[in-house]
Design a binder for this molecule. Structure first.
Ligand SMILES: Nc1ncnc2c1ncn2[C@@H]1O[C@H](COP(=O)(O)OP(=O)(O)O)[C@@H](O)[C@H]1O
Length: 179
C-alpha cells in the first residue's frame, strides 16, 4: 500500500496540548485529509489493554494489540497519532514526530485543572522537566523527523498548527507518488 499522506506522531507529557493541537490539524481545511487518533481513547474503546491500573488510574496498554490494530490504518497514511509515548510506533510508519513542550509551572496548572491527583501531577511535572519524552523521540527516530515545539500560549498553539499543516502540504507536494 502506498502512503499518500504522511503519518505524524504528536507526543509530549500529558497536558502539553497534544489533543488540542491534533484536533486543530485534523480540522484544518486543507486538501490533505488527516485523521486524529487519540491513542488513550482508542485503547479504551477497542480493549487494547492488558488491565486497568487502579493506583495510577490508567489502562496498561497491550502494545502488540495496539500495533496490530493500527497497522492497517497506517498503510495509506494521513494519521495523527496523539499519545504520551512514541517509542512503540515503528519508524517505518512515521514521517514526523512532534514533541510538544510546556513550562512546568503552566503544566502543573493544566493538570490541576484536569483534576489529576497530586501524585500524578508530580510524576508528569518531573517527566517534563527531565525531558523524558523528547529523549524517547530522539532515541527512537532519525533526528531529521523529530521536532520540538513549545505549546504554552494560544499564539504558540496556532503557530504550531499552521506550521504542521504547512509541513503536511509540503510533504504531499514533495511525494506526488506517495512513499
Ligand atoms: N498552547 C496552549 N496554550 C494554552 N493552553 C493550552 C495550549 N495547549 C493546550 N492547552 C490547554 O491545556 C489543557 C491540556 O491540553 P490537551 O490538549 O488536553 O493536552 P494533552 O492532550 O497533551 O494531554 C487543555 O485545557 C487545553 O485547552
Amino acid at each position: 500500500m502506498v502512503r499518500r499522506a504522511p503519518n505524524i506522531v504528536v507526543t509530549g507529557t500529558p497536558g502539553t496540548g497534544k489533543s488540542t493541537t491534533a484536533e486543530l490539524i485534523a480540522g484544518s481545511s486543507t486538501n490533505v485529509p488527516m485523521r486524529h487518533f487519540n491513542i488513550s481513547e482508542l485503547v479504551k474503546q477497542n480493549n487494547l489493554y492488558e488491565r486497568y491500573d487502579e493506583e495510577w488510574d490508567s489502562y496498561v496498554v497491550d502494545e502488540d494489540k495496539l500495533l496490530d490494530w493500527l497497522e492497517p490504518q497506517t498503510a495509506d497514511g494521513g494519521l495523527i497519532l496523539d499519545w504520551h509515548a512514541c517509542e512503540p510506533f515503528p519508524e517505518r510508519w512515521i514521517d514526523l514526530v512532534v514533541v510538544l513542550r510546556c513550562d512546568h509551572t503552566k503544566l502543573w496548572e493544566r493538570l490541576e485543572a484536569r483534576g489529576y491527583p497530586l501524585k500524578k501531577i508530580q510524576e508528569n511535572n518531573e517527566s517534563e522537566i527531565m525531558e523524558v519524552i523528547l529523549a524517547e523521540a530522539r532515541e527512537n527516530y532519525t533526528q531529521e523527523i523529530v521536532v520540538e515545539l513549545a505549546s504554552e500560549s494560544t499564539d504558540e498553539l496556532q503557530a504550531n498548527v499552521e506550521r504542521i499543516v504547512q509541513w503536511i502540504e509540503n510533504w504531499v507536494n514533495d511525494h506526488p507518488d506517495g512513499v
